[in-house]
Design a protein around this ligand. Structure first.
Ligand code: ATP
Ligand code: MG
Length: 484
């Protein structure tokens, strides 16, 4: 797919994520509104059912099991009639309700009267049924019914699974005055139920008030919310991993290309030098001039050695990557190996006008390792410090021991490595190209990859502390040999 270039992948992923986020938000909002509606209906039915149940209990005391009572007082129609009777509060309307049980029948009377003249007013005294009881007795009974009503409502609310703050308001039946409680500020998340009577004495009406139902809705939507977030998170993670993988692949492909061209160039140089030398010997009959001949032969031998060491390096790396490298483990003292490498590199150090400070340790430092690979590791690290630092570089090699672990530190005051590359420099073929002063430094990008692999095979690790412009500190950490 030519049009699906890598530069479009990131914006495409971002757009896809933003669109899915918006769709999820719209869907969740829709769900929230539907859930809110259904919750409001549930809360309303909790109060109305409690009102019906408590009223029935007060009416049918002693007749709770009677089929006739249940058929009448628990019917939908009776509830609707009651509700309508309660709700009808026209100005100056007097509603009277009477209920009584005689020997063989029950009587329910609903009576409404209003004054024709709007200027006249009824005396709003209790219009409810008292069945011959004193006003005080009726009030006491009303309070008891109110308590039962409230606790029934609370019990049902608790069954919803999430505790919500709630309270109630009480209204005078006859004139609708607020007697107790406080209405919440009109917020979108508040719920206020209808007003319900809870007995036949018709003194007061009960209203449930929930200041906020938001958290209850969220609680009821929890599975949808979790799955929605999980889906978004997984999509984002999948995109992130894919893009990272793609970037790594690109980097790798780029690094491999550079490696091939570098290597070709590096191999080409000694071959050209040797062929020029051989041609000169032939052309100018240098066999007759032994001094010059020796010089040309020396150059050729040196170039051949360089060629061989380069080929060996690539082959060694190839073997290591294939897992075919077998370490020749033996008990080795790290210090003499390091000293040997340092003296072998003396010419390079001097050529660069650098100073290499070696801080030896007083005691021998034994590890179980492969001397050849370990000395290659030291060579690579000192070589890098020399290669990438400007002239008059200061390189310091030191030891430290902690928790039966040996740390060999290679510190330089060169250009350092930007924090974003601290992991990548250990990847195969990776080289930093935009560092000004190392533009022309030759290399294959295999050195640190090899170092890491060798040290890992020895059960150790390589730590790198560096900042751009602040030099590098490569720390090789190896387990010290322990006698059992
Ligand atoms: N001491 C250092 N100071 C600054 N940059 C460094 C240092 N050591 C390594 N680097 C950076 O890390 C990159 C990888 O180093 P590595 O040794 O793996 O490869 P190389 O030196 O380019 O090639 P090779 O070692 O295979 O000849 C280098 O290209 C360089 O940019
Ligand atoms: Mg190197």
């Amino acid at each position: 797919m030519k049009w699906l270039r890598s530069k479009y992948v990131f914006p495409l992923a971002v757009i896809t994520l933003v669109i899915s986020l918006c769709l999820q938000c719209a869907w969740i909002r829709q769900l929230y509104l539907a859930q809110k509606k259904s919750l409001q209906t549930t809360l309303e039915s909790i109060v109305s059912d409690a009102s019906k149940q408590i009223s029935y209990r007060t009416i049918a005391k002693g007749h709770e099991k009677s089929g006739r009572f249940q058929q009448f007082f628990l019917s939908q129609e009776w509830s609707a009639l009651r509700q309508a009777f309660d709700e009808l509060k026209v100005d100056n309307l007097r509603s009277q309700f009477h209920y009584g049980i005689t020997n063989d029948s029950s009587v329910v009377e609903m009576k409404m009267s209003f004054l024709n003249d709007a200027k006249l007013k009824f005396d709003h005294k209790s219009s409810a049924v008292t069945n011959g009881k004193s006003q005080r007795e009726v009030s006491l009974q009303d309070q008891r019914d109110l308590k039962v009503m409230d606790s029934l409502v609370n019990h049902r609310l608790d069954q919803l699974g999430w505790h919500i703050n709630r309270n109630y308001a009480l209204y005078d039946y006859s004139d609708g005055r607020l007697i107790k409680g406080q209405l919440p500020a009109q917020t979108l998340s508040a719920f206020v139920s209808g007003k319900y009577t809870y007995n036949l004495k018709f003194q007061n009406r009960y209203q449930l008030i929930v200041p906020s139902i938001t958290w209850l809705i969220v609680f009821q939507m929890r599975y949808y919310l979790i799955s929605s977030f999980l889906m978004l998170f997984l999509t984002a993670a999948a995109f992130y991993l894919l893009i990272r993988l793609m970037k790594n692949q690109q980097l790798y492909a780029q690094a491999k290309l550079t490696f091939t061209s570098n290597m070709t160039h590096e191999l080409q140089t000694p071959i050209s030098t040797i062929s020029v030398a051989l041609e000169s010997i032939k052309k100018y009959h240098l066999i007759d001039q032994p001094e010059k001949l020796e010089n040309y032969i020396n150059i050729s031998v040196h170039e051949l050695q360089r060629l061989q060491s380069m080929i060996e390096k690539v082959l060694k790396q190839e073997q290591m990557d294939l897992g075919e490298t077998q370490l020749q483990l033996s008990l080795i003292d790290v210090q003499p190996i390091l000293q040997q490498v340092i003296s072998a590199m003396d010419v390079q150090v001097k050529a660069k006008n650098a100073s290499l400070v070696f801080l030896p340790s007083d005691e021998p430092l034994f590890i179980k390792g492969d001397a050849m690979h370990i000395s290659n590791v030291f060579y690579n690290l000192i070589d890098n410090a020399l290669k990438y630092s400007p002239a008059r570089a200061k390189i310091e090699v030191s030891f430290s021991i902690a928790d039966r672990q040996l740390t060999i530190s290679f510190k330089d005051n060169g250009p350092g490595i930007n924090e974003i590359y601290l992991q990548q420099v250990f990847e195969r073929f990776f080289r930093i190209f935009n560092q000004d002063n190392i533009h022309n430094v030759k290399g294959s990008g295999l050195g640190l990859h090899y170092v890491k692999q060798v040290i890992t095979l020895h059960g150790g690790r390589v730590d790198l502390h560096s900042k751009a412009g602040k030099g590098c500190n490569f720390m090789v950490i190896l387990p010290l040999y322990e006698e059992n």
